[in-house]
Design a protein around this ligand. Structure first.
Ligand code: GLC
Length: 429
């Protein structure tokens, strides 16, 4: 078969963010940021207080770090050595869902199963030691409203998590209960923080001049150091995945309607790894003329990366991946278009994410000059998806002109764990 060229062009058009649209989105993001600082109710950004500033770089001691926010949970025992140095003493991990075996994030799971698994992993990380006292930092990567560094109440699940009984609860109470059940009364949770905050802490511990932290992975979100929150500098978790002033395509609308939380996380559903493969599935099924128009072929962000990485003339890898998912063998010409579709979806993602970074930079800069700085980013999409970094750099230049030279993005791999340990140290400083 051959794809309908007109239809193809119209789909690509829908996924294209033109320069003036990019600028408008960055400006709207800045506007929402400003509104949010005055009154979060008036903004699509939640602007959640972390009760943390930046680390001094001198933090020391041994801590437990619990990293909970995706399908894989990790617990680390980390020794902070100051001067940006640290050592990982132990690392254990376990998925919250194993197909065919168990699922602790679906609607039929329970909070006891979920938090039981966390306690089990913590037990492993301390190697069964129920005597020695440990302070624990908990990276909990969902929108939570905090009253202090240790008290965080889950507002709403995102990223398609659906475990009942956790929304509206104080997560540390649930964790404490699970720890007590296992006899782990020697483990004291002292800080809860978002993963974006953890990444910013981790990057700032190692390198000064970092004020923005972002996750670009299964989910997407950004935080920044606001110079003045009730008189002190404080990191605010924007929950930028909830930003709404966007022009969604018809595919984005279908994804939203079919999601666990329609109407929520509109930016996240357009840019993050959890949804990009799905967007690709929907658009491709239209091109393939699939009977069930919104058929999901189950493409993942990893498939998209494979498709993007195929720079060969024949696009044979594209053909292979598409055939595996859809059962259709594409002609070379169609494979070319199938790759262009992946290019358009991933490029849009990187451009939208960059617009939000620039919105923050504009807000921080005011009418002055852009300060030299690094934006710390962690996550599989940023790290592994081909051309994402280049597309971010290009969009930064497009929006900031010459001043883009002041800004770069740096990968802070695994920052969630180190950041949690730092938060625990800072909470007890
Ligand atoms: C989702 C969560 C947010 C988190 C992000 C990255 O957007 O709501 O809290 O930071 O995913 O994990």
């Amino acid at each position: 078969m051959a794809f309908d060229k007109q239809l193809f062009d119209s789909i690509i058009e829908e996924f294209t963010v033109a320069p003036e649209e990019l600028r408008t989105i960055a400006a709207d993001f800045r506007y929402d940021l400003k509104q949010g600082l005055a009154d979060p109710e008036q903004s699509s950004l939640r602007m959640l207080k972390s009760y943390l500033g930046l680390p001094t770089g001198k933090e020391q001691g041994e801590y437990l770090a619990l990293d909970f926010g995706g399908t894989n949970v990790r617990v680390l025992r980390i020794r902070l050595e100051g001067e940006g140095k640290f050592e990982i003493l132990k690392k254990v991990a376990k998925p919250l869902i194993v197909e065919g075996e168990y699922d602790y994030i679906g609607a039929s799971s329970t909070k006891d199963q979920m938090f039981g698994l966390l306690a089990e992993l913590i037990d492993e990380a301390v190697e069964g030691n129920h005597e020695q006292k440990y302070l624990l930092g908990h990276t909990f990567s969902f929108p939570s409203s905090q009253t202090d560094v240790n008290n965080a109440r889950l507002i709403i699940w995102t990223k398609e998590f659906a475990t009942p009984g956790v929304e509206g609860e104080v997560v540390n109470d649930l964790l404490k209960e699970a720890l007590d059940k296992r006899g782990l009364t020697n483990v004291e949770p002292v800080a809860v923080l978002n993963d974006t905050v953890a990444v910013l802490l981790s990057a700032a511990y190692k390198q000064s001049g970092t004020y923005i932290g972002s996750i670009y992975a299964t989910g997407h979100n950004t935080c920044y150091l606001e110079p003045n929150v009730d008189g002190v500098p404080m990191i605010l978790n924007l929950e930028s995945g909830g930003f709404m002033k966007l022009l969604p395509s018809r595919f984005d609308n279908v994804i939203d309607e079919q999601s666990e939380k329609p109407g929520e996380q509109r930016l996240e559903k357009m840019v993050s790894g959890r949804y990009m493969g799905e967007l690709y599935s929907l658009a491709l099924s239209e091109l393939l003329g699939t009977k069930d128009k919104w058929k999901s072929y189950g493409f993942t962000a990893i498939d998209l990366s494979g498709i993007l990485a195929d720079e060969g003339k024949e696009r044979s890898e594209v053909q292979k991946i598409v055939a595996e998912r859809t059962g259709v063998s594409l002609t070379a010409a169609d494979a070319e278009m199938a790759r262009d579709l992946a290019v358009a979806i991933s490029k849009r993602s990187a451009r939208l994410v960059t617009a939000t970074f620039v919105g923050i930079i504009w807000q921080l800069t005011g009418s002055g000059k852009v300060q030299q700085q690094h934006i710390a980013v962690d996550g599989s999409v940023y790290e592994k998806m081909p051309f994402v970094k280049e597309n971010i750099m290009r969009a930064l230049s497009e929006l900031l002109g010459e001043e883009a030279a002041q800004v770069d993005t740096v990968l802070d791999n695994g920052g969630s764990g180190l950041g949690a340990a730092l938060a625990a140290a800072m909470a007890r400083a």
